[in-house]
Design a protein around this ligand. Structure first.
Ligand code: MN
Length: 138
């Protein structure tokens, strides 16, 4: 299977869950530019399926999604032995201070507040899964 081949490579895989198309494109482009592979969705239910299917190295999870709350996505992934070890970085709204505490309570390992600086996101990713092996300046 293609998924198995992907897991054999050194490239780290990040699942990006974000329902705002512009934010999603920005995150995907920058994260891929920095040498990580991505799978993306704007829907929480799809995110749970993708996490099982691809076993990503890290999940970047917007808390405010259109279908179900990102908090519920985190709770379900962390309650499931198949996905509980995957680090989750929540993306919360800056104005919603309560979202930070709630995201940690829901099992997220860390959070970044919108509007985020992309360098913050990259630092968090590297903290949990290491810098990518590829040289982005190639
Ligand atoms: Mn959102």
């Amino acid at each position: 299977m293609a998924g198995d081949e992907a897991r054999q490579s050194a490239q780290r895989l990040i699942l990006i869950v974000e329902d705002n198309e512009l934010n999603l494109k920005l995150l995907k482009d920058v994260i891929e530019y920095h040498g990580y592979a991505t799978v993306v969705t704007g829907f929480g239910e799809v995110a749970i399926d993708l996490a099982h299917q691809h076993q990503p190295d890290l999940i970047l999870l917007d808390i405010q999604l259109a279908d179900i709350s990102g908090l519920d996505v985190a709770r379900r992934l962390k309650a499931d032995p198949q996905t509980r070890a995957i680090p989750i970085v929540a993306v919360t709204a800056f104005a919603m201070l309560g979202d930070r505490a709630k995201s940690i309570e829901s099992g997220c390992n860390d959070y970044v507040a919108k509007p985020f600086r992309i360098v913050e996101v990259l630092e968090l990713i590297a903290r949990y899964i290491g810098a990518p092996p590829a040289d982005p300046t190639r």
